[in-house]
Design a protein around this ligand. Structure first.
Ligand code: ADP
Ligand code: MG
Length: 700
């Protein structure tokens, strides 16, 4: 008779109502299935037996075979302790109890071989083991329990109420006895054979009761693979379904706009990465399905021209295009940048932001609706109801993380067929993370900077060396350069941060006196018009120093600015530091980034600073960031469901993830509906996935 794994945990031998309640409330274990999938945190290696004369003063947990040869009670300040002499053929040591002394005296038999297990101390000239785990040697040998002992996740309440790790191990044994340890296979045979994966039942047995390290490793591999495989399968299928369902405009012709620009107006040779990405986009646009592509490229990697040339493909097919940016400054810059690229061509481009004048707006609304206006660039203002395109074919969104999906879809609610979507981001998402979260969302990467860029020199300086930094600033200004000084304003409303900024500003004004030096200041509490005025002064070169908060993080492009000084840089996250640094190094001059910090630094800050000074590769920085902060923090709570892995770790198990993805893709490309008989196990598992919260809850 096979046991149903959905059976409530109360029914398992050794559980009972009280323990069942505890297991539910403390570990979320409701059914046999849940218990089966309570994977150990670690293992105590009990494959080794030590002799007493092999013990070291700083031994970890060890197990020893020997006999108790006598008890002794020793009075101490409060109460007494019970000491047993424990002997093997190499020596003698002590076992010590401070509690449960009566039970020990009544139950531990002298002169019978025992296996003891625990941590050894060196005390009063002998080795001693307090409160050892003890088991009669003969029972130990008969036991189902393997020689590596699983250590399960636990809570204080559980152990206080007597559900110790030993108890959990016992309960797990009951489960395997009742079910005969036979579980439905969830991957298909050919794949198991090809990858030499352990079978399901064997893997589950070995994850709980591994005989040795090798079997444990195989069991772990199999279960991690399975977990990642089904996540990939789900993501890829979702994408396939999306593609099959959502028709897109077919841009089948590459026409005059694109070709004219390419032949006559290209301001520089495209990098290979830019060419590759353009090809990817072009394929999508001609595929009959809606493009949904993420374009990742570090600051300065040249995303703008890719965006522009993609827009030309839309125009060539008689469609309109738009570009939406998160801030007005950025929108203006895009408007100028695209305007320059389009200067020699007959294309109508307009800018729409919150501060566009009513009269301008009216013209934009009209020409947009009658199709005269071909490209519209702007901010959130593009999402207003009054903005109606005649035939929007391509929407480009800059700086993806600032717009929600809901906002994005507002762009095409106005159309019956959605426009193609290209999301551009300068915040590289580590590949592993992108794969796990987006699955098969199409990602293009510009992983190459245009030629001739000088690497930005990045250094870390402590506050006490400020004088030297000041001297350096003066020298750079003397050479005609401009400088950013950025303060952290984690919350623009926080008074203390604001004070730091103003204090900093005042001391800079003191050290760089007018009229020789002119200084701009920009922060979030200023009126937009004032902010803009100050920003413009810096852009025009009227001021040499720009004191600012992170409002300058996105966008500003001042080629002559070659020094970025980040104050209290230990308070910034890695991706923010990287973004800020990207504000310099845009011109031909050697640029610098100086990371100022106080003296005391946390371990994490040290890693961040070390990373920043070592590399400027955005993807590498993103990987470090991922390791420091974990995936949940980076992607936000929205996606954390997917990242809530039970056994795999997307950082450590990168290779398994890649392989799981490869095989999921291969299976789906041969059999997208999983109808072939040999894929039955996978189809069943996949179907069950929809019913339960996570992938470990389907097997029955
Ligand atoms: P980002 O990816 O940060 O948006 P931009 O598109 O603003 O980068 O490009 C940064 C700078 O590099 C711009 O001044 C742009 O003209 C220049 N640029 C882009 N592509 C190339 C290229 N292939 N060769 C030379 N310069 C380039
Ligand atoms: Mg840009």
């Amino acid at each position: 008779m096979s046991v149903n794994l959905q059976t409530p945990i109360d029914y398992l031998k050794g559980v009972g109502p009280q323990r069942a309640d505890l297991l539910r409330s403390e570990l979320g274990i409701h059914t046999y299935q849940d218990l089966l999938n309570l994977f150990p945190n670690r293992y105590l290696d009990r494959t080794q037996y030590y002799k007493i004369n092999q013990l070291q003063r700083n031994s970890a947990e060890v197990q020893i075979i020997g006999k108790v040869v006598g008890f002794q009670e020793i009075a101490q300040k409060r109460g007494k302790r019970l000491v047993a002499k424990f002997q093997d053929d190499t020596g003698i040591m002590e076992l010590v109890w401070f509690r449960s002394q009566k039970w020990i005296r009544d139950n531990i038999k002298p002169n019978v071989p025992y296996v003891i297990f625990g941590k050894v101390n060196w005390f009063n000239g002998t080795f001693s083991m307090p409160h050892p785990e003890m088991e009669v040697l003969q029972e130990h040998e008969n036991n189902l329990r393997s020689s590596m002992q699983a250590v399960y996740p636990s809570t204080e309440k559980l152990s206080n109420k007597g559900v110790t790790n030993k108890v959990l191990n016992k309960i797990m044994q009951s489960l395997f006895l009742e079910t005969n340890g036979r579980f439905v296979e969830t991957l298909h045979e050919p794949l198991l054979d090809e990858l030499k994966l352990m079978r399901k039942s064997e893997a589950l047995f070995n994850i709980h009761f591994p005989k040795n390290q090798e079997l444990l490793a195989k069991a772990e591999f199999r279960l991690k693979f399975e977990e990642l495989f089904y996540i990939q399968l789900q993501l890829i299928l979702k994408n396939l379904i999306h593609k099959a369902k959502i028709k897109g405009f077919n841009f089948d012709s590459v026409g005059t706009y694109f070709n004219t620009f390419y032949k006559n107006h290209l301001p520089f040779d495209l990098t290979n990465a830019q060419k590759r990405v353009l090809k990817e986009i072009r394929q999508d646009l001609g595929s009959n399905a809606q493009m949904n592509r993420l374009l990742q490229g570090d600051v300065g990697s040249g995303k703008t021209i890719v965006a522009f040339m993609s827009m030309l493909m839309a125009l060539d097919n008689g469609f309109q295009a738009c570009l939406m940016a998160p801030t007005e400054i950025l929108a203006i810059q895009h408007f100028q940048g695209l305007g320059e690229l389009a200067a020699e061509m007959d294309i109508s481009i307009k800018l729409l932001t919150g501060s566009s004048k009513t009269k301008q707006r009216k013209i934009i609304h009209e020409t947009l609706e009658n199709g005269e206006l071909q490209i519209l660039i702007g901010t959130h203002a593009l999402l207003e109801d009054k903005v109606k395109f005649q035939n929007l074919g391509l929407a480009i969104i800059d700086e993806q993380h600032r717009f929600g999906v809901a906002q994005r879809s507002k762009l095409w609610e106005k159309n019956s067929i959605p426009p193609h979507i290209l999301v551009m981001t300068a915040t590289p998402i580590p590949r592993t993370l992108a794969m796990s979260v987006y699955g098969d969302l199409d990602i293009s990467v510009i992983d190459e900077l245009p030629p001739g860029r000088q690497a930005i020199k990045t250094v870390h300086r402590f506050d006490k060396n400020r004088l030297k930094v000041m001297r350096f600033m003066r020298d750079e200004i003397e050479k005609g350069r401009q400088i950013y000084v950025v303060y952290p304003l984690i919350q623009e409303s926080e008074k203390m941060d604001y004070k730091d900024l103003m204090d900093g500003y005042e001391s800079i004004v003191r050290d760089f006196p007018q009229p020789k030096y002119q200084i701009s200041i920009v922060h979030g509490q200023m009126k937009p018009a004032d902010k803009d005025f100050e920003m413009q002064r810096f852009v025009k070169g009227e001021t040499q120093i720009m004191v600012a908060t992170t409002v300058i993080e996105v966008g500003v492009n001042v080629q002559n600015a070659s020094v970025m000084i980040i104050e209290s840089s230990e308070r910034f996250g890695l991706s923010q530091l990287h973004q800020l640094r990207g504000r310099v190094g845009r011109g031909a001059e050697q640029s610098y980034c100086i990371l100022m910090t106080g003296h005391k630094l946390s371990q994490d800050s040290k890693v961040r600073l070390e990373t920043m000074t070592r590399t400027s590769d955005g993807f590498e920085i993103a990987e470090v960031d991922l390791r420091l902060r974990g995936p949940g923090d980076i992607m936000g709570t929205q996606q954390s469901g997917i990242l809530n892995l039970k056994i795999a770790n997307i950082i450590k198990d990168k290779d398994i993830l890649q392989s799981a993805r490869f095989y999921a893709k291969r299976i789906l490309s041969n059999d997208p509906s999983l109808v072939q008989p040999e894929h039955q196990a996978i189809l069943n598992t996949y179907r069950a996935l929809g019913k339960y919260k996570n992938i470990w809850n389907y097997i029955s």
